[in-house]
Write a protein that binds this ligand. Structure first.
Ligand code: G3H
Length: 541
């Protein structure tokens, strides 16, 4: 298909958009949530532009979706101070509340959240260009995550309702909150990834300042009232604005105890450095990745190509877990490439609500220029774009480019593209691929495609000490959310899963006493009198 034809009907005219997906009038959001109240921001606003354009007689016109408050450091600090007051050095109503009661607040929030599915899904499409199926999946997966988190916490609490007896010491161990959490999510999963830290932080009894991602901001608005009404004042505060201005001030104040951040390792390192007491700060970080897909000579090609295409190009490659570089054994490289190019050509570009569309415009301004520069650099150093139309652009849309042969010295060999560029590196000696993984700055996941049990067994052992997850004949991914999600080197700090996140946002405290008659009677009296929430044998059903 020619380049011109490929993207000629990409953007719709307003009248071609189905009624239910029309963007509507721009929303002017001035409110932000502090201490259980909506504050009205009278300062400057940040415009929210959609990556989706409208075709008009004057050409493609970007769509303005609205604006959000551009808070300054002072306003952001009022939110942090509200969270500090609600925590009240651990004596606030929320951190002192019994687990069963905190769970009821989160359930109330979930009920209200579910009512907002339609507006959130629509904004996921308009704000970040996520296709309808994936937008719905993001919303539903987030609700499921909350349900699973509640179940996991019940399980933890049930185990903690028992007393232990070790070497004559009677003890009860419970997980308790750490303090004030600052939660920031990424633009590619502005709902899901943010909530996978926000909800565990809250339910464990911490108080929270939440700053939405740089794109996918308006879609949090339909949930603000649910946050306000479901939690005691100050337990959850939502701020907006530039991270540099707001978040830097919060970190420098030293009042943040937990830092949950998904973004680049450089930004995370800069923010962490601002904290005056780094040893008091616990971090849960999801950072850069350059996950390799390694296709061995005996791989099932149909499966490898299928998994590499979804792995590299779901949501246009804008996933931290995306396959960002493919190593293919040179004996099968030409067959692999032909099928890869064919598979990429079958992907449909278009608007997120259109049936079967997987390729959509990109939300980051400047991204097209960056991706084009990566392609130009590789081409100047000897690679070719091997798929028809690869690298074509229109407005905010970048058509996937498959690059071959890619090698060391090209920027795409080392940089995380976070977009629809698929570099393919031929190899003959697997040791060169092993060296790439060993020397890389990142260590999130990798995928191995092959059938030889001896070679695969050896590679699993080699890579198990390099990355957080090895996928056999399967693309890289985060889910199922019960599995650990982490990374090594510059890819992450801490481990998240439904269960691990609850651990990350809490600490164990032990109440212990010598096991004698007097102490047994005392502990039993405390339990009978229900005078402690901690010392209790309550069992949550
Ligand atoms: O952007 C990183 C996400 O955690 C990836 O999640 O593998 O489910 O797309 P996913």
């Amino acid at each position: 298909m020619s380049e011109a034809h490929l993207l000629s009907n990409l953007f719709p005219a307003m009248q071609d958009i189905p009624q239910q997906w029309l963007p509507g009038e721009p929303q002017v959001q001035k409110e932000y949530l502090v201490e259980g109240r909506f504050e009205q921001w009278e300062g400057p606003l940040a415009k929210v532009m959609s990556p989706l354009c409208l075709a008009t007689s004057e050409g493609d016109r970007p769509v303005e979706l609205g604006s959000t408050p551009r808070l300054d450091a002072k306003a952001a600090m009022t939110a942090l101070d509200a969270a500090v007051r609600a925590y009240d050095k651990g004596r606030g109503a929320w951190p002192m509340m019994r687990v069963a009661q905190r769970i009821r607040h989160v359930e109330a929030f979930l009920e209200r959240m579910r009512e907002q599915r339609a507006p959130v899904v629509k904004l996921l499409m308009w704000e970040i260009g996520k296709n309808l199926k994936d937008a719905e999946k993001e919303f539903d997966r987030t609700c499921d995550y909350i349900v699973d988190t509640i179940e996991a916490l019940k399980e933890i609490d049930r185990r903690s309702s028992r007393f232990e007896l070790e070497q004559g010491t009677l003890g009860q161990i419970r997980r308790v909150p750490l303090g004030v959490a600052l939660c920031m999510g990424p633009y590619n999963y502005p709902l899901n990834e943010t909530f996978t830290t926000l909800i565990p932080a809250l339910i464990m009894g911490n108080t929270v300042v939440f700053k939405p991602a740089k794109f996918g901001v308006l879609l949090i608005r339909p949930l603000l009232a649910a946050f306000r009404d479901s939690f005691p004042a100050g337990v959850i505060n939502v701020i907006y604005g530039s991270g540099r201005e707001t978040v830097s001030a919060l970190m420098a104040s030293g009042k943040v105890d937990l830092f949950a951040f998904i973004g680049t390792h450089k930004a995370a390192a800069e923010l962490k450095k601002l904290h005056p007491h780094p040893h008091r700060l616990r971090s849960a970080l999801g950072l850069d990745a350059k996950n390799p897909g390694i296709v061995l000579a005996d791989a099932d090609l149909d499966n490898a190509v299928k998994e590499c295409i979804t792995g590299a190009l779901s949501f246009n490659g804008q996933r931290c877990t995306a396959l960002k570089i493919l190593f293919v054994h040179s004996s099968i490289a030409s067959r692999f490439l032909a099928r890869l190019a064919e598979g990429v050509a079958a992907l449909r570009p278009g608007m997120p609500w259109e049936t079967g569309v997987t390729l959509t415009p990109l939300p980051e301004p400047g991204k097209l220029a960056y991706l084009s520069a990566l392609v130009d650099d590789a081409v100047a150093k000897g690679a070719k774009v091997v798929n028809p139309g690869g690298g074509s652009v229109r407005g905010s849309f970048f058509y996937p480019a498959v690059l071959y042969p890619v090698g060391p010295g090209m920027r795409i060999h080392a940089e995380e593209q976070f977009g629809p560029v698929v570099p393919v590196v031929p190899y003959t000696d697997i040791e060169t691929v092993i060296d790439y993984v060993l020397e890389a700055n990142y260590g999130q996941q990798l995928s191995l495609f092959g059938t030889d049990p001896v070679l695969l067994g050896r590679l699993v052992d080699t890579f198990a000490n390099q990355v957080g997850r090895i996928n056999l004949n399967t693309q890289c991914q985060r889910g199922p959310d019960q599995y650990p999600f982490n990374g090594r080197k510059d890819s992450a700090e801490g481990t998240l899963s439904v269960h691990d996140a609850l651990r990350s946002f809490s600490i164990r405290t032990l109440v212990a006493t010598r096991f004698n008659e007097a102490n047994k009677a005392l502990v039993s009296d405390i339990i009978q009198a229900r005078s402690s929430g901690f010392l209790s044998t309550d069992y949550i059903f």
